[in-house]
Structures are given as structure tokens and as C-alpha cells.
Design a protein around this ligand. Structure first.
Ligand code: ATP
Ligand code: MG
Length: 927
């Protein structure tokens, strides 16, 4: 290779190579796998094609190529502990893949891997190794098919094809289902990369040291595995490959670490300019540099996919990664917020290929910086506490004369997280730096107990965890001054639209950057505590209210007033409700009188969706069964989302019936009654309680009553009866209209309906009508005739395509006949070198066959269209030492194939010159 390719060019060559071989480019799916509740993050390329392999999804293409964003920090795949310590594992990385869905198989997949690595990228053939499957249990046949294909690759050393067992070379998606042997490609990076030199290990493929690096895994999905262990061949066989992008870039750029590639250069430069380190100093401290670069990249991609730092699940991972990056930053002297600067370099490097980064830029910067500031506030207290625990542990260990390294109780580590926001992974880092460890299982148990105690795992996210103590302090203070009662802030979202109830409220506290302040400035992010609030706090699927808190100016001199835009709500601690917002004018002060106004239009839209959700729930019970129970819900201003238990997709007819039933209930103008009563009483009356939800002694109930004169049956007067803390309409007719937008799978056994009501429904209808009218105008038909018109148009296009294909072949044939007159004779050989315009590889191959029909002996032809080239030679010439591939490489092209027929590509440039060389190549080869 002459010029070094950049990382971006390498990704593109991979994609281009497979596009040339008939693959469709498919974009990466999100790091958050849609519709797969079993998986926290997308961790390999196959996640987005899982359903195709199982057979429940079909794609319009049979060959695909992609670069998939992957994250391996949780679950079965967790590489966190390798990151920073080695040069080849990341938390986030890209996996390049080519895919065959029941199309090509081992022969093509292996040949193309080899061709790409050795011909296109020019890797040394003698350094490459391939592993194939040989069952250590002896149940599944050895994959001799793959082994033979590997040994047949030009230049492949047959001793480099090696056999490995189930652990390394057999792939299965789950306990049952599609599975098959895989074949991994390794490269020998040389003795220098043996990090265990001096020990008695032997370097080898799948060995212990880092000398042999896995770069590409080719999985051949050919069996279906049954519960009883039986394997049956699949009717359609698939290919699933995954190449580590950062690894191949480091190899092609000739560097000994993924972090020394251009992919990380921008990030490292930013870091060095901040620390003032020279390159040598950086390399002496490489671990923190590697961890920061890796983690910031992961965090940027996570935030771009909507995963912001938080206390549970995916959000916890985002928080942990950011905090860990901050802590490793402090090891190289970076104590002020710096992560956003590194993130800028990440966006510069990846923004073109992954436009979501550019789009979420502000959110990425804000979230990183905010999280760094939050962490900085508590990290010192947290680590001091941890140090004390660890030194106790060491002392205890010495007393007990234990030789094994001691382990800190996981419950203790959880307390550190709950109180000081120190993630488990960071406590473990600190313990391990001192030769100790932390019990992970105990931590997880404590986390689960806590989640249960605070209500179904949800409260944890809302309590905010680490600053609960701080807000509890504020509450105590306000109570001692008599500003707040025993229960803290009064919460009444049910009458919040009556503004007069929420005027003249005293601003009790303002918190900026985690500190209590007496006044706030323009643009400050501020948390506000008032004696009471009508803003709804996210619960039961219904989202937070937003709105304004404004000063009440008695003099009506507006200039002295101030306004805070409220964008979120949270319970910061028991009894403490805070409004989260930004000062958009003036200077709010503690003690000022204010009015709190919920955005009433938005709230009304939310109430429509909430009442409609209850009607939908009822209708699903009627149309499907009583088992169609709620499994999750979102009530937003724009739409509602409802998950429910049901084993299969709903039919069109069922969806229509549900939609109709809800709209009947809307038209019936039923009153909605809200009552609080004891849980026992409500249950006795048959109110529907949600599974897994925790209720207090006194509950709020929502009943929708059948009104007289409607078509709705009047069973006991109550049409729907649920326990619910949400806000609802007075009458169902206020919903306006209800339209189901989609029905799909949310998880195994769980379906999801999305729907719109009121304004949202009107807008959807309006938009659909416009589209339909537009289509009708284009088709010059009436709206009702659109379907027939489209269908007949489609038929016509299919006909024309067929005709066009025929014409192409005829035109290629006729120009070919013309070219046959120009067949030259070189020695005794008939040589044809011709350009066939506007053709394709398939047509060229047909022409090549024609050529050999005409010259069954002593014939050699090379045909070009665009940059595609096909070469053919007759069998007698193959025996005399001339292969079809020689013709292509001899004129400066790339490619390969069988000895008598090869395909490849020509670099841009003068085709005429290239064609002119063919005769010479023949002459020299046959010398
Ligand atoms: P390894 O044994 O090196 O961890 P793996 O067997 O876990 O690799 P696969 O699951 O087969 O890897 O993934 C396919 C390819 O993705 C690998 O060949 C490798 O090049 C790359 N890869 C896997 N894990 C990582 C990671 N954490 N960071 C960067 N690249 C990775
Ligand atoms: Mg691995």
C-alpha cells in the first residue's frame, strides 16, 4: 500500500467493497436496541438482524453491509475491565459487517474476506490465520467445508488454518434456535506484542498473550438447535460477520495501539493541550489517557442515542462512564470540567458518518459538564469515606491473618453510591488500586432492595440519590423556621389550572449548581422550592408538567419582575418537590412572592391522552381478553403509548374494533369521577390495580361512568374503574378523537400501541389527507381512485423493467458482436479486450460465456463496464499458466475468482490504456 488510509476511508473501503459485490448499505441501529427488553445495549452487528435470522422479519435485500455502533459494558459482554489496560478493547466500538440472508455462503464469504484483507488492503498473507470449528464433544460435524475453502485461498498457508472447539468457534443466539460454526481471522502482530514475554506460555492463536489478535469473525448460521439438543440444517443459510473497526485501522495504519490511530488523535491532542504533557509523558501515563478517550466517546454516542446520566439501568451506565472518565482525568491533573472539550474532538472525528452526534451536540456537552459538576460536589466526601472503609478492611484482614485479598461488602459500596454518587465501578477501581476488591453481587442485591423499598425501582431515579441529604437539610431548615409543615411541600396537581390557588407563593429556596443561594441570575439553571405546587411530577407514565414561575409585581412595573421557565420536576428528597428551570428574565430572590403557572394547553393534551389510555385499556380487555393487562405506559402531550400482555400481533380487524370502541366511548360523553378511598374498599369494588405497582393505604380512583342514552352497555354504571394518580378530563367527549398510529412488539409476550387524541388526532388526519390529495394530484385521479392507479402504475413499471433488461442484453450483445471483429491474435491466442458501455457484471459474465463458446480453445477476454471488469480464459490456457485473475491484476486492477473466470475493479483513469495492455499480459504470461 502506498498511502496510509484514514480511519474514515478504511470504513468506506469496507462498505464499498461489499457494495461492489451486490450488498446494500444499511445504517447502524441505535445503541439502545428497540423492542428487545432482554438486552441493555446493542453489543454486536447481529442485533438489528436477529428477527431476520429467526424468520419473523424479512428485508428487501439479501446482502447487506454496515458499520454497527456497539457497547460492551453490561451483561454477557462486558469489556470494561480491559479498557485502558490493553490496546484492543473499548467500551464503545464499531463493528463492520457483511451479511447474507439465505443468499451466498461460506465460499463467497471467505473468498471476499481474504480478497479484502490481502488484495485490497495488502495485508501480508503469511501473518494471517483462520480458525474453524471442530467439536470438542464430537456431536457436531467438523467444518471441513470452511477449512478447505480457507486452504484454497491464494497464498494461504495451509498450516495457518486451525481447528478450535465450542468455546471459540461455535455461535448460538440462545439456548435454542439458529446457530452454527464460525471462523475467526487472526493476525500475528509479532513478538513485540507478546505482553507475557519471559513467562512459560507459548504464543498462539486464541492464546493468552496479545501477540495474535482477532480481527474478524465470520459466522455461518446453518443449523436450528432444538431443546433436546437436536441440530437440524436450516432451509436458508446465513452469513453474519463482524470485524473490529478500530483494530483493522490500527493494523492498516501500522501502529501498535487502537488509541494511536487517527480515530483518537483529536481526543488525545485536546487532552495533551490541557495537561501540558509531551507525547512521551502522555505515553508514560497512557492508561488514564486511554480510559478518558474511550469513555468520552462512549458517552457522546450514548447521549446522542438518548441515554443521559441517571440512577438506574442504561442511565446508570451513562453516569458511571462519565464519572469514571472524570476520575481518570483527575489522575492526569484535570480537575475542572473538561469532558465536553474531548467530546468536541469526538464529534469532529465521527460527525460525518454518524450525524446524530452533530445533532445532539448541545445535549452532549451539557450532560457531560453537568454530570462532572455533580460528581465533583460529592466525590471527595465519597472517596474519603471509602478510604476509611478500606483501611478498616485492611486492619481486619491483618488481624485475621488472611492471605487472600480482602473484599469490601457490596452493601457498603451501595451506601457510597446512594449517599455520595460513587458508582460501583469507581469504588472497585479504588479498592483494586490498593490490592483489595468490592463484592459486586452484594452491591447489586443492595441496589435491588433499595429499588423495591422506594417503589418499583422508579423512585430511585427521581430521588436523585446523591443530593437527597442536601435537600433534606434544606427541608429541616425551612420547617424550623415555620415555612413548611411536617409533610413538606404541598402537592396538588389536580386543581393546578386554577391559577389563583398558586399565586402569592413565597419563594422558599433557590438552588444553583448544587448550592443554596439567596438570588439567581439571568440564564442560571435553577431549582426552586415553593410552599405548594400544582405541577405534576412524572408518575404512572404521565410526564412532568412544564410552565412558568413568575414574580408577582405589586407595582405592575414589569421591569422589576422576573420569570423562570420550568422544564422539569423532581422529588429531591422526602417532602421536597423542586421545580427545575432556567431564569429567563430578572433576578429571582428567596422571599419574593410568585405565581406558578402550569402550561395549561399542554396539560390539557396530556389529560386527553390519560383518559383515553383508560378507555383503551378497557377496549383491549373487551376485544382481546382480561389478560391484556397493562405492562407499561407513557402519557405525553403529543401521544400515548400503551404496553400490554398479549402473546401475538393484533389483527387489523381487532385494531379497528379497539379504535372504534374508544371513539364510541368518546362520543358517549361519559363523566369521569375521581375519588380517594382506602385501598381495601377500592379493591372490593373491583377497581383495576396494576401488577407490580405499589399502592399506599389511601388511593385515588378514576371511574368512567356509562351515561344514559349512549350505545355503551350500562353494566353497574361503571364503564372503567382504575386506581390511578394521574390527571384526567371531566368528560370523555373532551378527548375529541382517538386514532391508533401503530401496533407492534415491545418485548416477548408484550405488545405496544401508540395513539393520538384531540389536537394530535386532528393534525394526523390533516396530514394524511394532504398526503392523499397530493398523491391524487400527481396521479391525476380522484382521492378514492388512488389505490387502483398506484397498482396499475406498479404493474406498468414492472413490465418496463423487464423490457429494459432485455434491451440492455440485446445492446450489450450487439456491441459485443461488433467487438468480436476486433479479436487480436497474440501468438496462437485469440485475445479480446473491450469496453461495453451501460452494462453490468451479470451481462459481462454472459458475454464472457459467449466468447468461450466461440473460442473454446486458446481464448482470453477482458470486458469492462464502468469500473467493473470481468476476465475469462479457456481451460487450455489455464494449464499453460494464464489465469483469468492475471489479466485483471496485469493491467492494474484488483480482484480475483476462479482460474477461468474472474471479477474485479479498475482504478479510475484511462480505460483505453488499460485495455491496450491486455495483449501484452497474455504474451508475457505464456512465454
Ligand atoms: P475478543 O476475544 O478479542 O474480546 P470477541 O470474541 O469478544 O473478541 P466478537 O464477539 O467475535 O469478539 O466480535 C467481533 C469482532 O469485534 C472481533 O473480532 C473484534 O475485532 C471486535 N471486538 C470485539 N470486542 C471488542 C471491543 N471490546 N473493542 C473493540 N473491538 C472489539
Ligand atoms: Mg470479547
Amino acid at each position: 500500500m502506498t498511502k496510509k488510509l484514514t480511519g474514515n476511508q478504511i470504513r468506506q473501503t469496507f462498505i464499498d467493497f461489499f457494495v461492489e459485490h451486490g450488498h446494500t448499505t444499511v445504517p447502524s441501529m441505535s445503541l439502545v436496541p428497540g423492542g428487545d427488553a432482554t438486552l441493555l445495549f446493542t453489543n454486536s452487528g447481529m442485533v438489528q438482524f436477529k428477527d431476520v435470522f429467526i424468520g419473523t422479519d424479512k428485508k428487501p435485500y439479501k446482502r447487506a453491509v454496515d458499520s454497527q455502533k456497539c457497547l460492551r459494558v453490561a451483561g454477557k459482554h462486558n469489556d470494561l475491565e480491559d479498557v485502558g489496560r490493553d490496546d484492543t478493547h473499548h467500551t464503545f466500538f464499531e463493528m463492520l459487517g457483511n451479511w447474507s440472508f439465505g443468499d451466498y455462503y461460506k465460499k463467497e464469504a471467505i473468498a471476499w474476506s481474504w480478497q479484502l484483507l490481502t488484495d485490497v488492503w495488502g495485508l501480508p498473507k503469511d501473518k494471517l490465520y483462520a480458525t474453524v470449528f471442530k467439536d470438542d464433544k464430537g456431536d457436531v460435524p467438523t467444518d471441513e467445508e470452511a477449512a478447505e475453502i480457507w486452504r484454497a485461498q491464494p497464498g494461504m498457508n495451509p498450516d495457518h488454518v486451525m481447528y478450535f472447539g465450542r468455546k471459540d468457534n461455535f455461535w448460538q443466539m440462545a439456548e435454542t434456535g439458529p446457530c452454527g460454526p464460525c471462523s475467526e481471522i487472526f493476525i500475528d502482530l509479532g513478538e513485540e506484542r507478546d505482553n507475557l514475554r519471559g513467562t512459560d506460555h507459548v504464543c498462539g492463536v486464541n492464546g493468552e498473550c496479545q501477540r495474535y489478535l482477532e480481527i474478524w469473525n465470520n459466522v455461518f448460521i446453518q443449523y436450528n438447535l432444538f431443546e433436546d439438543g437436536r441440530l437440524e440444517p436450516l432451509p436458508a443459510k446465513h452469513v453474519d460477520t463482524g470485524m473490529g473497526f478500530e483494530r483493522i485501522v490500527s493494523i492498516l495504519q501500522g501502529v501498535d495501539s487502537n488509541y494511536k490511530t487517527d480515530l483518537f488523535k483529536g481526543s488525545l491532542d485536546v487532552l495533551c493541550s490541557l495537561t501540558g504533557h509531551s507525547e512521551k509523558e502522555m505515553l508514560d501515563n497512557f492508561t488514564p489517557y486511554r480510559v478518558v478517550c474511550d469513555h468520552v466517546r462512549s458517552a457522546a454516542f450514548l447521549i446522542a442515542d438518548g441515554v443521559v446520566p441517571g440512577n438506574a439501568g442504561r442511565n446508570y451506565v451513562a453516569r458511571m462512564i462519565i464519572r469514571r472518565a472524570a476520575r481518570f482525568g483527575s489522575k492526569i491533573g484535570l480537575n475542572d470540567p473538561f469532558l465536553a472539550k474531548v467530546a468536541q474532538a469526538v464529534i469532529d472525528q465521527y460527525g460525518d458518518f454518524y450525524p446524530e452526534l452533530e445533532k445532539s451536540k448541545t445535549s452532549i456537552f451539557d450532560n457531560l459538564t453537568r454530570e462532572e459538576i455533580r460528581f465533583a460536589r460529592t466525590v471527595e466526601a465519597g472517596t474519603n469515606h471509602l478510604e476509611n472503609l478500606l483501611s478498616d478492611l485492611r486492619a481486619e484482614n491483618a488481624r485475621a491473618e488472611r492471605s487472600r485479598s480482602a473484599v469490601l461488602d457490596g452493601h457498603r459500596a451501595f451506601d457510597l453510591y446512594a449517599t455520595y454518587g460513587l458508582p460501583f465501578e469507581i469504588s472497585r477501581d479504588i479498592a483494586r488500586e490498593q490490592g483489595l476488591d468490592v463484592d459486586e453481587q452484594g452491591f447489586n442485591e443492595a441496589k435491588e432492595e433499595h429499588a423495591k423499598a422506594s417503589g418499583g425501582g422508579k423512585a430511585m431515579g427521581k430521588l436523585g440519590g446523591e443530593d437527597a441529604e442536601f435537600f433534606a437539610g434544606i427541608l429541616k431548615d425551612l420547617q424550623s423556621k415555620g415555612k413548611l409543615g411536617a409533610h413538606g411541600v404541598e402537592y396538588d396537581p389536580y386543581n393546578s389550572t386554577q391559577v389563583e390557588k398558586y399565586t402569592g407563593l413565597e419563594v422558599l429556596a433557590l438552588v444553583v449548581n448544587g448550592e443554596s443561594v439567596s438570588s439567581a441570575e439571568l440564564d442560571d439553571q435553577v431549582e426552586v422550592i415553593l410552599p405548594k405546587t400544582g405541577f405534576y411530577i412524572e408518575a404512572g407514565g404521565q410526564v412532568n408538567d412544564i410552565g412558568y414561575i413568575k414574580s408577582v409585581t405589586l407595582s405592575a412595573v414589569e421591569a422589576r419582575g422576573w420569570q423562570i421557565e420550568v422544564t422539569g420536576m423532581r422529588r429531591a428528597s422526602a417532602g421536597v418537590i423542586v421545580h427545575i428551570g432556567t431564569v429567563i428574565s430578572g433576578h429571582p430572590k428567596v422571599g419574593d412572592k410568585a405565581v406558578a403557572e402550569v402550561d395549561a394547553v399542554r396539560r390539557h393534551n396530556i389529560m386527553r391522552n390519560h383518559t383515553a389510555t383508560h378507555l383503551l385499556h378497557k377496549a383491549l380487555h373487551e376485544v382481546l381478553s382480561d389478560q391484556a393487562k397493562q405492562a407499561g405506559s407513557l402519557v405525553a402531550p403529543t401521544h400515548l403509548r400503551f404496553d400490554f400482555n398479549h402473546p401475538e400481533a393484533m389483527t387489523h380487524e381487532q385494531i379497528e374494533r379497539v379504535e372504534r370502541m374508544v371513539n364510541e366511548a368518546v362520543a358517549a360523553d361519559m363523566p369521569v369521577h375521581k375519588e380517594t378511598k382506602s385501598l381495601d374498599e377500592a379493591k372490593k369494588e373491583g377497581a383495576m390495580a396494576l401488577f407490580g405497582e405499589k399502592y399506599g393505604e389511601i388511593v385515588r380512583t378514576i371511574s368512567i361512568l356509562s351515561s344514559s342514552g349512549s350505545e355503551i352497555p350500562k353494566e353497574q354504571g361503571k364503564y372503567s374503574y382504575e386506581l390511578c394518580g394521574g390527571t384526567h378530563l371531566e368528560r370523555t367527549s373532551d378527548i375529541g378523537a382517538f386514532i391508533i398510529v401503530s401496533e407492534g412488539s415491545a418485548a416477548a409476550g408484550v405488545r405496544r400501541i401508540e395513539a393520538v387524541t384531540g389536537r394530535g388526532a386532528y393534525e394526523l388526519i390533516q396530514k394524511r389527507f394532504k398526503t392523499l390529495k397530493h398523491a391524487a394530484a400527481i396521479l391525476k385521479s380522484g382521492v378514492d381512485e388512488v389505490p387502483q392507479k398506484v397498482e396499475s402504475g406498479q404493474n406498468e413499471i414492472a413490465e418496463l423493467k423487464k423490457e429494459l433488461a432485455n434491451l440492455r442484453i440485446q445492446s450489450a450483445l450487439s456491441s459485443f458482436v461488433f467487438h468480436l471483429n476486433n479479436v487480436q491474435t497474440v501468438k496462437d491466442v485469440h485475445v479480446l479486450a473491450a469496453e461495453i458501455p451501460d452494462s453490468n457484471a451479470d451481462a459481462l459474465r454472459m458475454l464472457a460465456d459467449k466468447f468461450r463458446e466461440k473460442y473454446p480453445k486458446a481464448g482470453a477476454a477482458l470486458l469492462v463496464t464502468g469500473s467493473t471488469v470481468i476476465a475469462t480464459v479457456t481451460e487450455d490456457l489455464v494449464k499453460r499458466g494464464l489465469k483469468a485473475g492475471d489479466l485483471i491484476t496485469g493491467i492494474g486492477g484488483k480482484g480475483g475468482g476462479r482460474p477461468n473466470m474472474a471479477q474485479g475493479s479498475l482504478p479510475d483513469g484511462n480505460v483505453k490504456d488499460a485495455l491496450g495492455k491486455v495483449a501484452k499480459v497474455v504474451e508475457e504470461k505464456l512465454k
